[in-house]
Design a protein around this ligand. Structure first.
Ligand code: ATP
Ligand code: ZN
Length: 286
């Protein structure tokens, strides 16, 4: 039987949509009935397992799944022996300590002897130990943000992205314990045939990510300015230059990075570039 890569992804939650999206953008399709535990890919030797995110590191470590997509927060909290293969750039959040608004907080020492509710006892424990603070870690599995309000704890340590949940519950973020994003993890000793499939998947993921971070740019430039303008948009190797029908003008095509997009556009305009078109890229193989 040919090798098949078993991929664990979250069944339903904050990782699910983006996990499915990246699989789709990698050109992998599958049929999945609602509520199903498994699905077979139709055009890649892979099978998907839909699980609770908390179980993904364990299943990958035990070899039930070969690879998986999970938040670094869960990965580190579970402490399983798996390999982090690649950062995926979505589900970014932070694990933070928050106290009731107006409470006196002067740094980690203010947590000494306090009761802190969290679903992340290991990460919180490491943070407290690194600040030589002894506190009572009270582990609860959900709705951590209500703990101070019902008198269960004097502080919480929970995941935050915008901070609106904290705000609604009258809490104030005071420390960042851990920064997290979704990562692709793998069983450390994958057999060669599965490793090969993981390599193929990773190649596609990188092409999808590179495409998202870059744009295709076309512009017109006076012949006299070509060198200066070309140096602003070096692209993957160098820009293409084509003669326009109108004498003294050329068209340049290249790729520019999202990060310095506006700065480059300004510089191009200052050098006399005109008719600038910017187009999304679907895949980018560097
Ligand atoms: P499950 O039922 O699978 O156990 P869950 O309720 O534990 O789900 P979710 O709330 O779906 O988990 O969060 C899954 C992961 O998404 C978290 O472990 C974290 O990595 C990330 N995450 C959590 N909160 C946010 C947020 N506010 N913004 C972005 N990502 C987040
Ligand atoms: Zn969970």
């Amino acid at each position: 039987m040919n090798a098949k890569l078993k991929i664990a992804i979250q069944k339903s939650g904050r990782l699910s949509d983006d996990s499915l999206q990246i699989i789709k953008e990698c050109g992998i399709s599958f049929h999945n009935g609602i509520g199903k535990l498994k699905a077979e890919a139709t055009n890649f030797p892979a099978e998907f397992l839909f699980l609770r995110d908390d179980d993904i590191p364990g299943y990958v470590a035990d070899g039930v799944a070969h690879i998986g997509i999970v938040g670094e927060n869960v990965l580190v909290e579970k402490g399983k022996q798996v390999e982090t293969v690649h950062k995926l750039g979505f589900s970014k959040c932070r694990l933070s300590i928050a106290v009731p608004k107006g409470a006196r907080y002067l740094g980690p020492a203010s947590l000494q002897g306090k009761r802190i509710a969290t679903s992340y006892p290991r990460l919180l424990g490491q943070f407290l130990a690194s600040h030589q603070v002894q506190a009572d870690i009270h582990e609860i599995s959900g709705s951590v943000e209500i703990a101070p309000g019902i008198g269960l704890a004097e502080a919480i340590c929970d995941l935050v992205s915008s901070g609106s949940t904290l705000f609604t519950n009258g809490l104030e973020e005071v420390e960042t314990v851990f920064r997290s994003e979704a990562v692709l993890i793998a069983q450390p000793q994958l057999p060669a045939d599965l490793k090969e499939l993981l390599g193929q998947l990773l190649f596609r993921i990188k092409a999808v990510q590179a495409a998202k971070n870059n744009k295709y740019i076309l512009l017109n430039a006076p012949q006299a300015k070509v060198e200066r303008i070309a140096s602003l948009i070096p692209g993957m190797k160098s820009p293409s230059i084509m003669q326009l029908a109108r004498p003294g003008w050329v068209s340049l095509h290249s790729v520019i990075n999202e990060n310095d997009f506006w700065a480059v556009i300004e510089a191009l305009r200052a050098e006399g570039a005109e008719g600038i078109l910017v187009v999304p890229i679907e895949k980018m193989i560097v």
